[in-house]
Structures are given as structure tokens and as C-alpha cells.
Design a binder for this molecule. Structure first.
Ligand SMILES: [Zn+2]
Length: 244
């Protein structure tokens, strides 16, 4: 973060209940530890994310995953209720309805800082194709930040019917990116929070994540050191600061 002195309002917007914990959980824990006000919005409730034949319906899984998401957020230090938009898992499309719904959340929570996913990430390396929902959450959130949240006459029902004033976001951090240009230093305690939060997703986690969480944060810190930062552990982001 740009080392903000005062408490900021931060909005994390992710596609699935475990995305934030997997991708940048230590950074979220750091922000919570520093006293920033964090709202956490999930576009889906993860109701398709299982290979377990004992889970028969999406409704059954949705209930489990909503509970896990709330507990995971609590373990990161988020004190507010997770906001669920309850779109169907794995079916996200960058529709105007979805952009309006994210715009509504931005105007309600009025964050200076938004954290979401990079919509340009189609794959990593030779063994990972990015989930289409991960690209979609980035696309709709970027469109919601600029221009929809700022303009009264875009989605006029939000202002005229719901009384939601326009809002300008100041900073944007994209996780799950191949264009990292900003690093947030994190501590071993932040990594422990990330691991504990990941373990709250008991329907998703089959092995202890501690090893790869630490290895990933070390790897990102090594990249940060090439850019002049003296970090041991870090989470990397593509960063924007809006001059308005
Ligand atoms: Zn996901």
C-alpha cells in the first residue's frame, strides 16, 4: 500500500469465497492489522466448487461456502459481514446487471482503495488456465470504478431510487496478475493469518497450505528486491492511482 497514515476504507471484490485468501490473503491481513476498514464482496457463493458426491445440490454447497467465507474473512481480521451478490459459480458474465450490482456496492461502501483480480490474466505458466470468473470479476469491477461509480447518470436508479451518491475510488490493486508493479510487504504473522483463513475453507482445502503460502510470498519478495525493496515476504499487485 502507499503506506497510508490514516485508516482507509478498502473494498475487496472477488469471484469466489476463497479467491482473496489464495491470491493475497497476507496483504488483506496486513491491512486489517493496520486498522483499515475492510469490506469484502463475493460475486458468487462458490456453489459449484466441489467434486464431493455427498454434496447433492448447489444450495447445500452455497450454505457451506458462505459460512467458510465469513469465517475466513474473520481470520484475516475483517470485522464486517461478507457481502454476497449470489451469482451462480462458474457462470459469471460481464453483464451490465453485474456491473450495476458492483457499482452499488462501491457507492455503499465508498472505498478509497479497491482490490480485485486482473481481467487480462488468461493463464500462468504451462499448467494453469485462469478461471473465467476471475477475469470477469476484474472486468466488471474496473468498469464499475471507472466510470460507473463516479457518474450519477450511469445506472441512474442507484442515485434517484436508492439515494446512492457517486463515488471516486482513489487506488486500485489487481491480484492474480502477470503485470506486477507494486508490492506490499507482509510479515510472518500476516502469512499465518492467510494460512488460517485458507484452512477455514474446509470444503476446498485438502492439504496444509503453509508451505506454498510462504514460498509464494518469498518469491514475490525476491521480485520486489529486484525493484529496490528490502522485503522478505510480499504480495505483488498491478497498481493504479487515479488523479481525481
Ligand atoms: Zn476462484
Amino acid at each position: 500500500m502507499a503506506e497510508p497514515q490514516a485508516a482507509q476504507r478498502v473494498l475487496v471484490v472477488m469471484a469466489h469465497p476463497d479467491d482473496g485468501e489464495f491470491m493475497c490473503g497476507a496483504a488483506i491481513a496486513r491491512l486489517a492489522r493496520e486498522g483499515h476498514h475492510i469490506d469484502y464482496c463475493l460475486l458468487t457463493n462458490g456453489d459449484c466448487g466441489t467434486r464431493d458426491p455427498a454434496i447433492k445440490t448447489r444450495a447445500q454447497l452455497a450454505q457451506i461456502r458462505q459460512g467458510e467465507a465469513q469465517e475466513a474473512a474473520r481470520r484475516l481480521g475483517v470485522t464486517r459481514d461478507v457481502i454476497f451478490l449470489n451469482y451462480v459459480d462458474s457462470m459469471l458474465q460481464p453483464t451490465l446487471d453485474l456491473r450495476r450490482d458492483v457499482t452499488r456496492v462501491i457507492r455503499q461502501t465508498r472505498p478509497q482503495i479497491v482490490i480485485t483480480q486482473d481481467p487480462t490474466t488468461f493463464y500462468h505458466g504451462q499448467s494453469y488456465i485462469n478461471h473465467p470468473d476471475h477475469r470477469c470479476v476484474g472486468e466488471v469491477t474496473l468498469g464499475a470504478i471507472m466510470p460507473s461509480a463516479s457518474m450519477r447518470l450511469i445506472f441512474p436508479e442507484l442515485y434517484y431510487d436508492e439515494g446512492l451518491e457517486p463515488h471516486d475510488v482513489k487506488e486500485l490493486y489487481l491480484t492474480n496478475t502477470t503485470h506486477t508493479d507494486r508490492w506490499l510487504e507482509v510479515t510472518p504473522a500476516d502469512l499465518e493469518c492467510q494460512v488460517a483463513a485458507l484452512k477455514a475453507h474446509t470444503s476446498q482445502i485438502s492439504r496444509d497450505p503453509a508451505e506454498w503460502v510462504e514460498a509464494g510470498a518469498k518469491e514475490e519478495a525476491a521480485e520486489a528486491r529486484q525493484h529496490g525493496h528490502d522485503f522478505t515476504y510480499a504480495n505483488g499487485f498491478k497498481y493504479f492511482r487515479f488523479g481525481r
